[in-house]
Design a protein around this ligand. Structure first.
Ligand code: AHM
Ligand code: MG
Length: 348
């Protein structure tokens, strides 16, 4: 018997064990982040189970249908939002919550309040539910400011201030990618155990990739640097960029940010949702889409750029603010940065 392989099979690194190990490196840690994360993980497991049954909605009465008791069933995105809000409140560690589904921030009642603020999109890409495409939950965590009782100012902070960020992808398997600021790690749900097991330790995004990912249907409204970059991705401009096997690139666009970013993290390349004439700030939301994904990409050795600067430097003015975004392999993002810098020089 191969004892080493056997030990690996039986000595499971669950997400809770991983977070506990990480937190034990900080002598001042009180275990609050571990508890908060375990409640987020619980929410992810619940949503995963609900998403897996989504195709059976008509049969068993889920998602917008009427169940046997004649009660109207909740849509999956509404259900997911309720699950995360309840899980976070009951953790006793959360304070200000921002969800894509709620116009206003949620302030946890005094008796249940903790030191962390959580910004999240409970079910991103939910328009893809009915056709079974991968969707996901995205979250970012801030620590309450010193002396604050919890106000909106606690979450209107640059993404680089986050203490942790992650996403959970409900796909062919359920994968949770998490960073507590010391690299990015991927965990896959073992349905028979009901536990997330470390399957992708210390994710490193390839320095340069062969894939670009963007909604080309918006191309006629893009600005000049984005258009130039898109032409490079498609046709290779020999004069500017040597043919190094990374261009022309393949196009992959799922239209579900979690799935597109997950592929970008593992295979490399660039994911973009640029500004266009109709949407000068792009589509994706700063707090719970752009920031957590940029945090993870940077932790994996990549970059995230808005067209003006580092995405994690944005200081949001409101909780549902949007920003253009280009994120992925370090060298690919360098190219788009160079094109925006050149356009700036021309303007001057
Ligand atoms: P949502 O928050 O309403 O689900 O929208 C966000 C989604 C992202 O997952 C994805 O990257 C993007 O919208 C796709 O937008 P488009 O259909 O314009 O390409
Ligand atoms: Mg969303």
């Amino acid at each position: 018997m191969d004892h080493a392989a056997d030990a690996q099979r039986t000595d499971l690194m669950t997400i809770t064990r991983y977070v506990l190990n990480e937190q034990s490196k900080h002598p001042e840690a009180r275990g609050d982040l571990t508890i908060l994360l375990s409640h987020i993980v619980l929410g992810c497991k619940f949503v995963c189970s609900a998403v897996n049954k989504a195709g059976l909605a008509k049969l068993i009465g889920l998602a917008g249908d009427t169940n046997i008791q004649g009660e109207e069933q909740k849509k999956l995105d509404v259900l997911s939002n309720d699950v995360f809000i309840n899980a976070l409140k009951s953790s006793g560690r959360a304070n200000v919550l921002v969800s894509e589904e709620n116009e206003e921030p949620i302030f946890v009642e005094a008796s249940k309040r903790g030191r962390y603020c959580v910004v999240f999109d409970p079910l991103d890409g939910s328009s893809n539910i009915d056709c079974g495409v991968s969707i996901g939950t995205i979250f970012g965590i801030y620590m309450l400011q010193e002396g604050s009782e919890g106000t909106v100012a606690d979450v209107l902070k640059p993404g680089k201030n986050m203490v942790a960020a992650g996403y959970c992808m409900y796909g062919s398997s359920c994968t949770l990618v998490l960073s507590t600021g010391t690299g990015a790690n991927g965990f896959t749900l073992d349905p028979s155990l009901g536990e997330f097991i470390l399957t992708h330790p210390n994710i490193k995004i390839p320095k340069k990739g062969k894939i670009y990912s963007v909604n080309e249907g918006n191309a006629k409204n893009w600005d000049q640097p984005t258009t130039s970059y898109f032409i490079i991705c498609r046709y290779v401009e020999k004069a500017k960029f040597p043919i190094d096997g990374s261009s022309p690139k393949s196009l992959r666009y799922i239209g579900s940010m979690v799935a597109d970013v997950h592929r970008t993290l593992l295979y490399g390349g660039i994911f973009m949702y640029p500004a266009d004439k109709k949407s000068p700030n792009g589509k994706l939301r700063v707090l719970y889409e752009v920031f957590p994904m940029s945090f993870l990409v940077e932790q994996a050795g990549g970059q995230s750029f808005t067209g003006q600067g580092r995405a994690l430097d944005i200081v949001p003015k409101n909780i549902h603010e949007r920003s253009p975004i280009f994120l992925g392999s370090y060298d690919d993002v360098e190219e788009i940065k160079a094109l925006y810098s050149a356009a700036e020089v021309k303007k001057e």
